[in-house]
Design a protein around this ligand. Structure first.
Ligand SMILES: [Zn+2]
Length: 266
């Protein structure tokens, strides 16, 4: 567990994945409370993925989400670890975000978009916070849980993947959706968006396959680079998606979409 004066990289990685036994977790936690070096190393291990979770709106996470994730993690640990997760746990592999997403096609590009937008200053801030406050550990644990959920969706083999393009005119604005129906989990990343008026917002819609009313799936506004994301918005589970659409709405958002649909994909 603790080698020499510090926790091994592998155990820190397992801790970050919440894959240690409770007793081991407690030991690591206790050490982290007193050791800035190991907190710093943990921050590196969490790295980019935590930054993603830090920079998106902190929506409430479904209560059973962690249990579902842990069940899957255990099942996959018992069987052969899947490719996308394997590099994280293999000790010889550096735990760097670049490897986490390799081979994931556009999901890597989506993650890169999020990282590029926020990496610079947030990374520094995260380290400072970690060094200065012990209770950051608890917050970090929450970020880990959220990061695991994001990773889970990004690497899912059953998730529906949809590319949305602008309905009319030159299809410059582009958005991608990964949607896991059974979990009601959705990640949306858009680029080259047109600016919206200050009192307006984009709103994402899930259009159910059963013909029922479109379900609001999050508000977003493009940043200066025209990028935006919606990560794990509150959605019901088990809804088959026929399509996804984007409308422009008043800033507070609406529950019924206002035509026209400016982006769509199915
Ligand atoms: Zn240490």
């Amino acid at each position: 567990m603790i080698y020499g004066d510090h926790i091994s990289d592998e155990d820190l990685a397992l801790y970050a994945m919440r894959s240690l036994a409770p007793a081991e977790t407690a030991t690591v936690q206790q050490h982290l409370n007193t050791c800035g070096d190991c907190r710093g190393k943990l921050a590196d291990i969490l790295g980019d993925l935590s930054l993603v979770s830090l920079t998106v709106p902190q929506e409430p996470v479904p209560a059973d989400a962690r249990d579902r994730f842990m069940k899957r993690l255990r099942a996959e640990s018992a069987a052969k670890p899947p490719e996308p997760i394997k590099p994280i746990r293999a000790p010889q592999e550096p735990t760097r975000s670049g490897n986490w997403f390799s081979g994931l096609g556009w999901a890597a590009a989506a993650a890169a978009l999020l990282f590029a937008a926020y990496m610079g200053n947030t990374s520094h801030n995260l380290r400072q916070q970690l060094d200065s406050q012990r209770d950051q550990n608890a917050q970090l644990a929450n970020q880990v849980s959220r990061s695991q959920q994001i990773l889970d969706v990004l690497t899912s083999r059953t998730a529906k993947r949809v590319t949305l393009t602008e309905v009319k005119a030159a299809a410059q604005p582009t958005a991608h959706v990964i949607y896991e129906k059974d979990k009601g989990a959705l990640i949306f990343v858009a680029s080259d968006l047109r600016p919206v008026h200050a009192d307006k917002t984009y709103e994402l819609w899930l259009i159910p396959a059963n013909g029922q009313a479109p379900i609001p799936a999050g508000l977003f506004r493009p940043d200066a680079n025209g990028t935006a994301s919606v990560v794990l918005p509150p959605l019901p589970t088990g809804v088959d998606a026929k399509a996804f659409g984007v409308t422009v709405e008043d800033a507070q958002g609406v529950t019924t979409p206002t035509l026209p649909i400016v982006m769509s994909g199915q």
